[in-house]
Design a protein around this ligand. Structure first.
Ligand code: HEM
Ligand code: NAG
Ligand code: NAG
Length: 477
């Protein structure tokens, strides 16, 4: 008895002291306003429902109005701090990746593999990213424009020629997947590519699913597909290694050989095989779902806004008017497509493929007078600056001329490709691919929407509800 009392007595001051410290810390640094909602589920279902009815932009804006610049909520199983505005974007994008790392959902992590760039932070992120980036720079991509050009012409010939009607989105997915396979992985059309694409598309089905691993769930199916996709990629990597080591292939023949060629002083590969495979899968996902959506929405716009269509067509015809027909587009031709790119930029502003994304606080962080506790998520949303009338006048108006003077757009406001250390390394690749595709589409066809409903939802990528069926009218050439 006395022992218990004594223990309690002795333990009491330290406990009081700890409570006092906690209180003081909480008082000096409070958690942001807002509610974490129902445990585990939080506001996830609300956000997903709003995405599906395409009112998620409105939903985040209302939260911002209600709670101010910093607020808390709970998304996909983690407590989350939502911050917005140019300063918040700068903070999210430029804080060192050892303090704020990326955070993807559990499904994405397991399906793509845990060594993909999204999952890496600090030194690992820098090492893998610096191996990946050189191949995606304009200096290297310049050599691939011809390849993309041929790929797009072949695609049109195969899937568009002779058709009265096509559904744009699924075709654009096929196109962007093929372009990535041939330009980045050196994998040309054929049975191997077909197999990879089928598996890959099935794998994508479970990408945004709830990670419940039971035999009948989408997630389980996706994991099985993902294992097969990774095995195919592994084989491809093996073949490239042989090309490189035994057949004297050039180290910048494609992205995979270029990754295999990054060596340390002892001539050892600096990326592990898993790192190569997981990042190849990441690029398949990050690179084809996004640009296919952008091309689809540009086509939707060109069908409905004749002013823009005529201006784009004019520019595209001017670009090739002195070229013999059939000649491939070049880097200089693309540089002349200034108006077309502004149209694409405006589509990316109003309908950004990436709604927003998550980071994770690796330490307690102070932001805007509030505490972001270690382990919490940080959530940023593209539309918060893209649709802010203080930044973009009349934000709901389609106005490509706002990008005539790009310097007039303040930093960290136009963020379809993110920013900072994790800015999309594929943005130049996407630009080339989009411009070449639009060139051949507008110079060969006019089209009319033929869907009863041309609205779109977020899934989480924006997708036209009916996949954008269009009536095609070929031009005489
Ligand atoms: C219009 C098309 C595209 C858009 C709108 C887009 C958008 C984005 C955004 C917003 C991020 C940053 C996500 C974050 O910070 O959480 C990102 C990252 C990334 N993107 Fe893209 N992307 C596009 C095309 C591509 C292409 C074509 C590729 C590959 C060739 C690619 C590869 C990547 C990779 C590897 C990352 C991760 C970078 C890192 O974490 O360091 N993207 N993309
Ligand atoms: C799918 O579910 C079954 C049964 O729970 C499990 O044995 C199997 O490992 C799962 N598949 C994968 C790829 O995780
Ligand atoms: C079409 O685009 C032009 C040029 O940006 C714009 O002024 C006009 O309002 C748009 N028309 C429609 C119907 O959106």
């Amino acid at each position: 008895m006395t022992l218990i009392v004594t223990t309690l007595f002795l333990a009491f001051p330290p406990i009081l002291f700890i409570m006092f410290i906690r209180k003081r810390r909480e008082r000096s640094l409070r958690l942001p306003p807002g509610s974490l909602g129902i445990p585990f589920i939080g506001q996830s279902l609300t956000l997903l429902t709003k995405m599906r009815s395409n009112t998620a932009d409105e939903w985040v804006r209302q939260r911002a109005e209600k709670y101010g610049p910093v607020s808390k909520l709970s998304l996909f199983g983690s407590p989350t701090v939502f911050i917005h505005g140019p300063a918040a974007n700068k903070f999210t994008f430029t804080t060192d990746t050892s303090i704020i790392s990326n955070q993807q959902t559990a499904s994405i992590r397991t399906i793509m593999g845990e060594r993909n760039l999204f999952e890496l932070s600090s030194e690992d992120h820098r090492r893998v990213r610096s191996a990946l980036v050189p191949f995606l720079k304009p200096e290297s991509l310049k050599r691939y424009i011809g390849k993309m050009d041929t790929g797009i012409r072949n695609h049109l010939q195969m899937y568009w020629e002779g058709k009265d009607q096509v559904t744009v989105l699924p075709l654009m997915k096929t196109l962007t997947f093929d372009i990535i396979c041939s330009s980045l992985f050196g994998l040309e059309s054929g049975p191997k590519k077909e197999k990879l694409m089928n598996l890959f598309q099935e794998m994508m089905e479970g990408m945004w699913s709830v990670p419940i691993n039971l035999p009948f769930t989408k997630y389980n199916k996706s994991l099985r597909d993902s294992t097969e996709v990774k095995n195919l990629v592994k084989q491809l990597v093996c073949e490239k290694r042989i090309d490189l080591e035994l057949k004297g292939a050039s180290s910048n023949q494609d992205l995979i050989t270029s990754l295999l060629s990054v060596r340390n002083e002892d001539n050892k590969e600096i990326l592990s095989e898993d790192e190569i495979v997981h990042n190849v899968v990441l690029i398949m996902v990050a690179g084809h779902d996004t640009s296919s959506v952008v091309i689809t929405f540009i086509m939707r716009l060109l069908a409905t806004n004749k002013t823009v269509y005529r201006a784009v067509l004019q520019e595209q015809e001017d670009v090739t008017k002195d070229k013999p027909s059939g000649e491939l587009l070049t880097w200089d031709d693309l540089a002349k497509m200034k108006y077309t790119w502004r149209v694409a930029m405006e589509v990316l502003r109003m309908i950004p493929p990436v709604f927003g994304s998550f980071r994770k606080a690796l330490k307690d962080i102070e932001y805007g007078g509030y505490l972001i506790p270690k382990g919490w998520q940080i959530f940023w949303a593209t539309s918060m600056t893209h649709m802010d009338s203080n930044i973009f006048k009349e934000p709901t108006k389609f106005e490509p001329s706002r990008f005539e003077n790009q310097a007039s757009v303040p930093p960290y406001c136009y963020i379809p490709f993110g920013g900072g250390a994790r800015v999309c390394p594929g943005n130049e690749f996407a630009r080339i691919e989009i411009l070449v595709a639009i060139h051949y589409l507008v110079t060969r066809y006019t089209w009319e929407l033929c869907c009863s409903d041309d609205s779109y939802i977020r899934d989480p990528m924006p997708v036209p509800t009916q996949g954008l069926p269009v009536k095609l009218i070929p031009k005489k050439v």
